[in-house]
Design a protein around this ligand. Structure first.
Ligand code: HAM
Length: 409
């Protein structure tokens, strides 16, 4: 037998029901925030990610040469494609607020919360350079988690690449992109490996200083007063105030830098408080990506949230929806009444109910048993009373049974 690919998932109906509830909730909160839904191709030229995302993510792509000799990849993220869509449409009224929920693929070592195929919710705002847009997307991320029953069960951490870049440069570290990449991996690789990698680009003393900087976290004003970066202090202080107005909180944490190459300002991640899982979501400001597609410079900020870690966290916190299949009505057919039963089923279906109907010739007893197994709320038994416009309705939960007019069901 041919096995399923490693890191890919089969999804059965009970599980899909729970996912659908969660996905619909996420999208409905995004709509409430005034975001509009988009979608983009599942495959792109590999160069799109070489140019826009950095080598780290290119190493993780499912890429291949197609029949025309082109280097193609399944998308490992959506941000470059969305930026291209923005650049291609000069008529868009800014700010543009878009969300999407595509599948994506990364050739990573599969582990808890990390898969080779996953869904990632994306929300981005284009055309606002003010910190108000950063606050809006961060608040959206937190409102989504709150609405899924995770209030107070996650931590939003943020930092600022502008401050971190200044700090790195003041230490004489020129290869800032590489430094960000190593800092981003710090938790994953541990302190020893961090030292080894970092000492390839700077001195031992600098690495010590970096490690202590990365310990700085807490209230943004308290942390920034230690760093004395006045210009950004004001902006980040305002971010804190804005988040307060949304009724949300975030912790300033210099160890957050994010792995992707394109971020230019505020960066943020959400983790579970115990730190058991990898990031639930991550994002930040990327003001220089859209212009790479030949458009006017267009500021941008947004985030991506995968389905895998979110599911782990929701399960652990007991808020993952129940996994079951359910049906409103199961139409039970007495021999000889199939056509009339189909009419009853269609009538109910057109009213918007979920209606299943016997497709075989099983006995009434077996049909009832089946109705029970598929969690039908009611069984509608269609037999000779149909000639008087009536059916027998059985409440599957209470067992109560009565004859009713079809229009009264
Ligand atoms: P990212 O940090 O690479 O950012 O991914 C964001 C989220 O996607 C992660 O926090 C995680 O929930 C999920 N994710 C990533 N890789 C995997 C995987 N192998 N298995 C399961 N889930 C995964 C981005 O992708 C940016 N494009 C986000 C963004 C949008 N920034 C601005 N706008």
């Amino acid at each position: 037998m041919i096995q399923r690919l490693k890191g890919f998932r089969d999804m059965y109906p009970e599980y899909m029901r729970a996912r659908r509830i969660v996905f619909d909730k996420i999208c409905s909160v995004a709509r409430e925030f005034g975001f509009h839904e988009i979608d983009a191709p599942s495959m792109e030229y590999l160069d799109l990610f070489r140019i826009k995302s950095g080598e780290e993510i290119v190493k993780q792509t499912f890429s291949f040469v197609d029949k025309g000799g082109r280097e193609i990849t399944l998308i490992p993220e959506l941000t470059p494609s969305v930026a291209r869509m923005i650049a291609a449409r000069k008529d868009l009224v800014k700010p543009v607020k878009w969300f999407s929920f595509p599948k994506m693929w990364r050739y990573e070592e599969p582990q808890s919360g990390r898969l080779r195929e996953f869904y990632q919710f994306n929300a981005d705002i284009f055309g606002v350079k003010d910190i108000t847009a950063d606050a809006e997307v961060m608040a959206l991320a937190m409102e989504i988690l709150d609405s899924l029953g995770l209030k107070n069960r996650y931590v939003m951490r943020f930092s600022d690449r502008i401050i971190m870049e200044d700090l790195l440069k003041s230490m004489g570290i020129e290869n800032v992109e590489e430094a960000f990449r190593i800092i981003d991996k710090r938790d994953k690789i541990g302190e020893d490996a961090f030292r080894v990698e970092m000492e390839k680009i700077t001195s031992e003393e600098n690495v010590d200083e970096l490690l202590s900087l990365m310990e700085l976290r807490g209230d943004v004003d308290a942390v920034l007063s230690k760093l004395q970066h006045f210009e950004r202090s004001e902006v980040l202080g305002e971010l804190k105030e804005l988040l307060n107005a949304y009724g949300k909180r975030a912790v300033f944490d210099l160890s957050i830098v994010r792995g992707l190459a394109y971020y230019t300002g505020v960066v943020f991640e959400v983790h579970d408080p115990s730190g058991e899982f990898r990031a639930v979501l991550g994002g930040g400001r990327y003001d220089r990506v859209v212009e790479l597609f030949g458009a006017q410079p267009t500021p941008a900020v947004g985030f991506g949230m995968g389905d895998a870690v979110l599911e782990l966290l929701m399960r652990r916190e007991g808020v993952w929806p129940e996994e079951k299949i359910e049906v409103d009505y199961f139409v039970v057919i007495i021999p000889g009444f199939r056509r009339r039963a189909i009419e009853v089923a269609m009538r109910l279906r057109r009213k918007g109910y979920v209606v299943d109907i016997e497709l075989g010739n099983r006995s009434v007893g077996k049909q009832m048993k089946y109705a029970n197994r598929i969690n039908a709320k009611f069984a509608v038994i269609v037999g000779e009373e149909i000639e008087r416009g009536e059916v027998t309705l059985k409440n599957m939960e209470t067992g109560e049974q009565k004859v009713v007019k079809i229009e009264d069901i």
